[in-house]
Design a protein. Structure first.
Lengths: 171, 135
């Protein structure tokens, strides 16, 4: 007797109707190579209205090991490195932490790490582990990022689709 | 004629981006191009659409493209398309820089005689090949 073939279908719990499954969405990667940034999973950085000092802070951390571990960084040190005021650096670190791009081991610590949801250096498996361990918040646009210029105020901003990143739990 | 030996530490030194005093608009443009595939291939940069997407004035976009091209961060081809300088990847990913530097000075991987010989099969496989099983 031939084995009975199981057939699984999606059923709408309310109506009892069989629902067609959604087609698979092709991955952004498309075999074009290997990138160390999780591009596509988060709000684009250029949409966050980051200042020059904030971009420089991200670059500094990325080039100094901040993409896979906490590194000690004070606004004074950062100011020397990126040729900016100490207060500007303090504001930059504060805003990037509020946006969820930078993580701190504790609220009063002077150490920062780039969120593994967006930046990682190392194997993909360790990125997944780090994401599970740190459980970083999603990069969320703040009021400054949401503020639109006078000319653009008429058109509503397009919502950015949210997708789960590698190792991230559903919320 | 003097031939200089390849020195990865000298060849792969790229000034850090945070030392170039880029404006926020210039960083946004670089991010937009990277996000739209400009790291792996030359792409068209439609200035009007980009200005709309990044919420900048068109003139700012033109200025940003000009400065990034002058710095060498962007490479513009004859067709007017832009590609990000591959050295930028080395600048922003120090681990990759070390890997590439090591790859340039490491010895070549050369197949030996064992590699060119036919693949050795296990005793069990050899026995299986010799035995003709009745159907």
């Amino acid at each position: 007797m031939p084995a009975r073939k199981r057939r699984l279908v999606l059923v709408d719990e309310e109506t009892g109707e069989v629902v067609d499954p959604k087609p698979r969405v092709p991955h952004d990667f498309e075999g074009k190579g290997y990138t160390l940034q999780s591009v596509g999973a988060e709000t684009p950085l250029y949409k966050l209205k980051l200042s020059g000092a904030e971009w420089d802070t991200l670059d500094y951390l990325r080039e100094n090991g901040g993409a896979n571990a906490y590194i000690r960084l004070t606004p004074e040190d950062l100011a020397t490195e990126i040729s900016a005021n100490e207060s500007t650096c303090k504001k930059a670190l504060s805003r990037l932490t509020r946006l969820g791009i930078l993580l701190k081991p504790s609220p009063r610590a002077a150490a920062y790490q780039l969120t593994p949801l967006r930046y990682w250096e190392g194997a993909g498996s360790t990125q997944v582990t780090a994401t599970k361990r740190l459980a970083p918040p999603r990069i969320a646009p703040d009021d400054k990022a949401k503020a639109r210029t006078a000319a653009k105020k008429t058109a509503p901003p397009e919502p950015t689709p949210l997708r789960r990143a590698a190792g991230e739990k559903s919320r | 004629m003097t031939v200089h030996a390849f020195d990865p530490d000298a060849e792969f030194v790229v000034p850090p981006l945070y030392k170039l005093k880029l404006t926020a608009a210039q960083r946004c443009m670089l991010d937009w191009i990277e996000r739209n595939g400009g790291l792996f291939a030359a792409i068209t940069v439609p200035v009007e659409d980009v200005a709309e997407d990044v919420e900048l004035a068109e003139s700012t976009v033109y200025e940003a493209l000009a400065r990034l091209t002058a710095l060498g961060l962007l490479v513009r081809d004859k067709a007017g398309e832009y590609r990000i300088n591959a050295r930028y990847v080395l600048s922003s990913n120090p681990a990759l820089r070390q890997l590439f530097a090591a790859a340039m000075v490491d010895p070549l991987i050369t197949p030996d005689t064992r590699a060119e010989a036919p693949r050795k099969v296990s005793n069990a496989d050899a026995r299986r090949r010799r035995t003709i099983r009745p159907v």
